[in-house]
Design a protein around this ligand. Structure first.
Ligand code: SAH
Ligand code: DHB
Ligand code: MG
Length: 223
């Protein structure tokens, strides 16, 4: 874990954009409160990023979404809200406690029937999904050391046109100074290399600042 360092103004501006433009609904607010009450780390995506995920699901026309890293279901909730009727989200979470909190939050938001939470190490769950229909959209947001393994699975479980989003690809700039976080930075550097080199992908990466510090996300499309 790297501490979120925030410059003066970033958090206030994010709050303004959240209130004026993003307009989260009460279910989003309750999900954040429930995570704090359950003693979970506040490492969910910011509301403006959650809304972006919802809109990417919508504009890509995705009907089947895969998420790796559920936490309290905050990003899951946004993405499920972008699904059409009959759409489905499968989300992988290592900890049963996180899955329980997420289940309650997703049910309370009225999207529980669209979401299946698979508890266990994602690298154990992902091979079992080969038997299902391919996924149209994948959000990778779990243990960073496995980012490139998850990206490989996302491609294998996808199809030409599948959209893949990877969170936390800047990690407070530690991608240029990996000695600052030897647990996470090397995995992020590996996945950035793969995004640029893998012939199966077109990719870009975007830096962000705000309540989650200096970070960013990558977007790839399977060729
Ligand atoms: N996507 C969430 C945040 C996820 S935080 C949101 O934005 O709301 C990362 C989550 O990944 C944590 O809940 C953690 O328990 C889970 N995780 C860590 N290692 C994992 C693994 N190997 N398999 C599945 N989940 C894992
Ligand atoms: C951490 C994980 C995340 O997915 C995130 O967005 C921020 C922090 C962490 O493990 O510290
Ligand atoms: Mg994240």
């Amino acid at each position: 874990m790297i501490e979120h360092v925030t410059e003066p103004g970033w958090v206030e501006v994010e709050r303004y954009l959240t209130d004026v433009v993003v307009r989260p609904d009460p279910a989003h607010e309750r999900a954040l409160t429930s995570a704090v009450e359950a003693g979970m780390p506040a490492i969910e995506v910011a509301p403006n990023a959650g809304k972006l995920l919802k809109m990417l699901v919508q504009v890509s026309g995705a009907r089947r979404v895969l998420e790796i890293g559920t936490l309290a279901g905050f990003s899951s909730m946004w993405m499920a809200q972008g699904l059409p009727d009959g759409g489905r989200l499968v989300t992988c979470e290592y900890l049963q406690k996180h899955a329980d909190v997420a289940r309650a939050n997703l049910d309370a938001a009225g999207v529980g029937d669209k979401v299946e939470i698979k508890v266990g190490a994602a690298l154990d769950t992902l091979p079992t999904l080969e038997a299902e229909e391919p996924f149209d959209f994948v959000f990778i947001d779990a243990d960073k050391e496995n980012d490139s393994n998850y990206l490989d699975w996302a491609i294998r479980l996808g199809h030409p046109g599948t959209v893949i989003v990877i969170d936390n690809v800047i990690w407070d700039g530690s991608i240029l100074e990996p000695e600052r976080d030897e647990a996470n930075a090397p995995g992020i550097i590996r996945v950035l290399d793969m995004l640029g080199q893998d012939p199966r992908l077109d990719s870009t990466a975007i830096q962000t600042v705000g309540s989650k510090g200096w970070d960013g996300f990558a977007i790839a499309r399977v060729r």
